[in-house]
Design a protein around this ligand. Structure first.
Ligand code: PPS
Length: 291
């Protein structure tokens, strides 16, 4: 059986959306100073950013988010669709990427392009990914939850280890070109975060537009937007009987899935890998440890 993944420097990339050519396109891409990137480890809020960013940059025009699928509206730079839609985009171009920092195209580093890095509690990332692996027929079966905890910790998942991704982007030398935010902050105070995004991107937004954007980007509204909820994808590719893409949209769902033993093992492994990196571990309010 053909392997479902492409191996890029040890990272697993699903073949359904990546190819040797798409990676070449990514590596040779000429980044412009006014380009805007949302960077995420998979299952950390990518689709959410694909909804929010166009609305901020176009002053609250809802046409694109209601008429263009998320993967063409704000494409993944490393995916095959990028080469097809990028030329048609009007500046500022909006992109997402799951790539670790060191693999970004050389022109990214010399440009003034801005990046927003969204991180999510890795335990919730794992849960979201587990259900995604069950429904996405282009990914390997995740096995049992216990097995998937090990697979995740070993980095045998899409785009490698969560800790490597977070570390690579946290030590990024981009000064005020980068903004760090967490999925949890977005869940707690979407309005405040959207305001931070618009300030960071130098966009003015009226209170009325801000309210409309926040309402449109709520989980329940996005779930009904066919341009963002993956209902355009055939059932044979994403089996919605097993799980939906916009599944729960909450923080802390891990508590419904991790056993105490799995949680202990997982947290110990993540902390060990983040040790000395000075990255705060802000998710567990009962364990507010900076490692
Ligand atoms: S992917 O496959 O990497 O593009 O997935 P990604 O979009 O990064 O992550 C999917 C999870 O993000 C949740 N999501 C949201 N949560 C809250 N509010 C809004 N508006 C929203 N939009 C997407 C989505 O439900 C997935 O998380 P889980 O925990 O599985 O529900």
């Amino acid at each position: 059986m053909e392997c479902k993944y492409l191996n890029f420097h040890g990272l697993l990339l699903p073949r359904i959306a990546h190819s040797e050519e798409s990676i070449k396109y990514f590596e040779n891409f000429q980044v412009n100073d006014d380009d805007v990137f949302a960077i995420t480890y998979p299952k950390s809020g990518t689709t959410w950013m694909q909804e929010i960013l166009p609305l901020i940059l176009n002053g609250g025009d809802f046409t694109p988010v209601k008429t263009i699928p998320n993967w063409d509206r704000v494409p993944w730079l490393e995916e095959t669709r990028a080469a097809l839609v990028m030329d048609k985009m009007t500046p500022p171009r909006l992109m997402v990427s799951h790539m670790p920092y060191e693999f970004m195209p050389p022109s990214f580093f010399s440009s003034k392009a801005k990046a927003i890095y969204v991180a999510r509690n890795p335990k919730d990332v794992l849960v979201s990914s587990f259900f995604f692996h069950q429904m996405a027929t282009f990914l390997d079966d995740p096995g049992t939850f216990d097995e998937f905890v090990d697979t995740f910790l070993a980095g045998q998942v899409l785009f490698g280890k969560w800790t490597d991704h977070v570390k690579s982007w946290r030590k990024a030398d981009l000064g005020d070109r980068i903004l760090y935010v967490t999925y949890e902050e977005m869940v707690k105070d979407l309005k405040g975060v959207v305001r931070r995004f618009s300030d960071f991107l130098g966009q003015k937004m009226s209170e009325e537009t801000l309210e409309q954007v926040v309402s449109h980007c709520s989980f329940n509204t996005m779930k009904t937007n066919a341009m963002s909820n993956y209902s355009l994808v055939p059932q044979e590719v994403m089996d919605t009987k097993k799980s939906t893409f916009l599944r729960k949209g909450i923080s802390g769902d891990w508590k419904n899935h991790f056993s105490p033993e799995q949680e202990e093992k997982f947290t110990a492994a993540i902390r060990e890998e983040l040790r000395g990196s000075n990255i705060p571990f802000p998710w567990d309010e009962d364990q507010p440890v900076a490692v």
